[in-house]
Design a protein around this ligand. Structure first.
Ligand SMILES: *[C@@H]1O[C@H](CO)[C@@H](O)[C@H](O)[C@H]1NC(C)=O
Ligand SMILES: *[C@@H]1O[C@H](CO)[C@@H](O)[C@H](O)[C@H]1NC(C)=O
Ligand SMILES: *[C@@H]1O[C@H](CO)[C@@H](O)[C@H](O)[C@H]1NC(C)=O
Ligand SMILES: *[C@@H]1O[C@H](CO)[C@@H](O)[C@H](O)[C@H]1NC(C)=O
Ligand SMILES: *[C@@H]1O[C@H](CO)[C@@H](O)[C@H](O)[C@H]1NC(C)=O
Ligand SMILES: *[C@@H]1O[C@H](CO)[C@@H](O)[C@H](O)[C@H]1NC(C)=O
Ligand SMILES: *[C@@H]1O[C@H](CO)[C@@H](O)[C@H](O)[C@H]1NC(C)=O
Ligand SMILES: *[C@@H]1O[C@H](CO)[C@@H](O)[C@H](O)[C@H]1NC(C)=O
Ligand SMILES: *[C@@H]1O[C@H](CO)[C@@H](O)[C@H](O)[C@H]1NC(C)=O
Length: 483
C-alpha cells in the first residue's frame, strides 16, 4: 500500500524526500483507505437489489471485506511484532548473568593474566599503554558494566554482569558519567600500594583528554573499601582538581544492581605502562600537587641545591641523627649553593611534604613509607636510601620499591647503604626468624663512607644543574598537561 503513494508524497514534499516515513504518510494512508471504503459503500447503495445485479454487488462486497480484513490483519501483525520485541527485550533483561566479582578458582594466581577479579573479562592492551577495561566499548559489544558490589568482607559475594542499555537488569540504577573501578591486591592506605593502584587511572586520564570521573569505586580482593589513605586522597584530589566521590553504595539493597553509563576498570596496577608513559603520569601528579599546594615554583632555579635528611622515629630511624647531620652538612657546605634541611617525616602535612620535596634535589632517607614522596622532587633529582642490618638478605623484593619508584618517575636512585651493625641474631644470618629482630632495627653511620658518597652525589647533581640550567623544572606559566 505504501508503494503507490510514494510518488505523490515525493512530488509534494521533494525537499523532505528522506523522511517518507513521517506521520503525514500514515495520515495519507488512512485517508486513502477511508476514501476507498466510502467509495465502495456508495457503490453498493447505488446498485439496485435485483437478482441480476447480485453478482457484481457481492464482488464489491468481497473486495471491501478483503480490504477490512487486510487492515485488521496488518494491525494484528504489527501488534504481534511489538509484543515479540517486548518479549525479546524481557528475555535479554532476564539473561543478564551475574558472576562473582572474584573467582576463587584463581585464588592462587590472583594477580596473573586476567586476574581473579572479573576473571571472565579481557583487558584492552596496546603496547606501552595502560592495561584496562572500558565499558561500553567495542569489546563489550556496547554493553554496560553492572555491579552488585557492596559486600566489604567477601569479594565472591559481590558480582558483575554486562547488559545492553536497552535491557538493564531488573531494578538496576543507572549511574551517569564516568566511574573509576579499582581492584587493589593490597590496600589503599599504604602509600606505595595505594599509589600503584592509582597510577593506571592517571595514565588513562592523560590518554583520554583528561576525562575526570564522577565517582570512584574501590575494591580490595573484590571487597568494597570506603576510603583511601589521606596522603593518597590528597594526591588524587590535587590531580583531579576536586574532591573524590568514593561510592559506598549506601541505601542500595543487596540485590539492586548499579549499571554505569561509562566505566573504566583497573586491576593490573602499572602493568603494561611504558617508562615514558609512567614519567608522564608522575609529571602530571607532581605538577598538580604543586599547584594544589600553591608551592612557589621558582624556589630552586637559581643554582641552589637542596639536600634534605628525612628522619623517622622508632624503627628504621637514624641511631645518631646529629652525626648524620654533621657528616652531610660538612659535605653540603663545600658545594656552592647547597642548603641542608633536616625534616621529621611523621608530622608534616601533605602540602608541607610537597613544599619540602619541591625544594629538594638530594633526598637522604631511611627505607620507609616517607620515601613515597620522592617523585614530588623535580625530575632527575637524587635519592640515597639507608637500611638497618639484615634487610638485604631477608627483606624480600619489598626493599626495592623505592628504586622502582625512582625509575618510574625519572629520578636517580644513588644507591643504598646497609648497616653492618645491629641486633645479634642467635640463628644463622640468612635465617628468616632473624627478620623479626632486624625489622625493629635502627640505622647507624659510617663517616668515611657517607662523606665520600655524599660528595660524589653532590658533585654529580651540581654538574647536571650546570649542564641543564633550569631546564626540566616546572614552569608555572606552562601549566600541567591536564589543566
Ligand atoms: C487475514 O487473516 C485471516 C486469518 O489469519 C486469513 O484467513 C485471511 O486470508 C487474511 N486476510 C488477508 C487479506 O490477508
Ligand atoms: C505472532 O507470531 C508468532 C510467530 O510468528 C505466532 O506463533 C503467533 O501465533 C502470533 N500471535 C498472534 C497473536 O498473532
Ligand atoms: C579473551 O581472550 C581470549 C584469548 O584471546 C579469548 O579466547 C576469549 O574469548 C576472550 N574473552 C572475551 C570475553 O572476550
Ligand atoms: C569500534 O568499532 C568501530 C566499527 O567497527 C570502529 O569504527 C571504531 O574505531 C572502534 N572503536 C575502537 C575504540 O576500537
Ligand atoms: C652521636 O655520636 C656522637 C659522636 O660519636 C656522640 O657524642 C653522641 O653522644 C651520639 N648521640 C647519640 C644520641 O647517640
Ligand atoms: C613536627 O615535629 C617537630 C619536632 O619533631 C616540631 O619541631 C614541628 O613543629 C612539628 N611540626 C608540626 C606541623 O607539628
Ligand atoms: C666504612 O666505609 C669504608 C668505605 O666504604 C670501609 O672501608 C670501612 O670498612 C667501613 N667501616 C666500617 C666500620 O664498616
Ligand atoms: C635528566 O638528566 C639527563 C642526563 O642524565 C638529561 O639528559 C635529561 O635532559 C635530564 N632531564 C630533565 C627533565 O632534566
Ligand atoms: C616559563 O615560561 C615562560 C613562558 O613560556 C617563559 O617566558 C619563562 O622564561 C619560563 N621560565 C623559566 C624559568 O623557564
Amino acid at each position: 500500500m505504501i508503494k503507490p503513494l510514494l510518488p505523490q508524497v515525493l512530488a509534494r514534499k521533494t525537499q523532505r524526500a528522506h523522511s517518507i516515513y513521517s506521520p503525514k504518510l500514515s495520515i495519507y494512508l488512512l485517508v486513502t483507505c477511508v476514501f476507498i471504503f466510502v467509495l465502495f459503500h456508495i457503490h453498493s447503495l447505488r446498485t439496485p437489489l435485483s437478482p441480476s445485479s447480485l453478482a457484481p454487488s457481492s464482488t464489491s462486497w468481497t473486495i471491501l471485506q478483503n480490504w477490512q480484513s487486510l487492515i485488521i490483519n496488518t494491525t494484528l501483525i504489527l501488534k504481534n511484532y511489538t509484543n515479540q520485541i517486548d518479549s525479546i527485550a524481557l528475555k535479554l533483561q532476564q539473561s543478564v548473568t551475574f558472576l562473582p566479582l572474584i573467582d576463587l578458582r584463581y585464588a592462587d594466581t590472583a594477580q596473573e593474566g586476567q586476574t581473579w577479579f572479573m576473571s571472565s573479562m579481557n583487558d584492552t592492551y596496546e603496547k606501552g599503554e595502560v592495561q584496562h577495561q572500558q565499558f561500553p566499548s567495542n569489546s563489550s559489544k556496547g554493553r554496560l558494566l553492572c555491579i552488585k558490589g557492596q559486600d566489604n568482607h567477601d569479594g565472591a559475594r559481590n558480582s558483575y554482569a554486562l547488559a545492553w542499555p536497552e535491557a538493564l537488569p531488573k531494578s538496576a540504577t543507572l549511574m551517569k558519567g564516568l566511574t573509576y573501578i579499582s581492584n587493589n591486591h593490597y590496600d589503599y592506605d599504604n602509600l606505595w600500594h595505594g599509589l600503584s593502584a592509582m597510577v593506571p587511572f592517571v595514565a588513562w586520564h592523560i590518554k583520554n583528554d583528561c576525562a575526570t570521573p564522577k565517582q570512584w569505586i574501590l575494591y580490595h580482593w573484590g571487597e568494597l573499601r570506603y576510603t583511601m589513605g589521606s596522603w593518597l586522597k590528597n594526591l588524587m584530589e590535587a590531580t583531579y582538581s576536586g574532591t573524590l566521590n568514593i561510592q559506598t553504595f549506601e541505601g542500595f539493597g543487596d540485590d539492586e544492581p548499579v549499571c554505569f553509563e561509562k566505566a573504566v576498570v583497573m586491576r593490573h596496577n602499572v602493568g603494561g605502562l611504558s617508562s615514558e608513559k609512567l614519567i608522564k603520569v608522575f609529571d602530571l601528579i607532581r605538577c598538580k600537587a604543586r599547584i594544589y599546594c600553591k608551592v612557589s615554583l621558582d624556589s630552586n632555579v637559581d643554582g641552589r641545591i637542596g639536600m634534605t635528611i628525612l628522619t623517622r622515629r622508632g624503627t628504621r630511624s637514624f641511631r645518631n641523627e646529629s652525626e648524620m647531620v654533621r657528616i652531610f652538612s660538612g659535605e653540603c657546605r663545600k658545594v656552592k649553593g647547597c642548603r641542608l634541611v633536616v625534616a621529621p617525616s611523621n608530622n608534616l602535612t601533605f602540602c608541607e611534604q610537597v613544599q619540602l620535596m619541591s625544594s629538594t634535589d638530594i633526598l637522604i632517607s631511611p627505607h620507609g613509607a616517607q620515601l613515597a614522596n620522592l617523585f614530588l622532587m623535580d625530575r632527575n633529582s637524587s635519592v640515597m636510601e639507608f637500611f638497618p642490618k639484615g634487610w638485604l638478605k631477608l627483606a624480600g623484593v619489598g626493599q626495592f620499591v623505592f628504586q622502582w619508584m625512582a625509575s618510574w618517575s625519572g629520578m636517580k636512585h644513588r644507591g643504598t647503604w646497609h648497616d653492618p651493625d645491629g641486633a645479634h641474631c642467635p640463628f644463622s644470618e640468612d635465617d628468616r626468624r632473624c627478620m623479626t629482630l632486624y625489622k625493629k632495627g635502627t640505622i647507624g653511620y659510617n663517616e668515611t663512607h657517607f662523606a665520600t658518597w655524599g660528595r660524589n652525589v653532590l658533585n654529580e647533581v651540581r654538574r647536571l644543574k650546570l649542564e641543564g640550567g633550569s631546564q626540566g623544572r616546572l614552569n608555572s606559566s606552562h601549566g600541567c598537561i591536564c589543566a
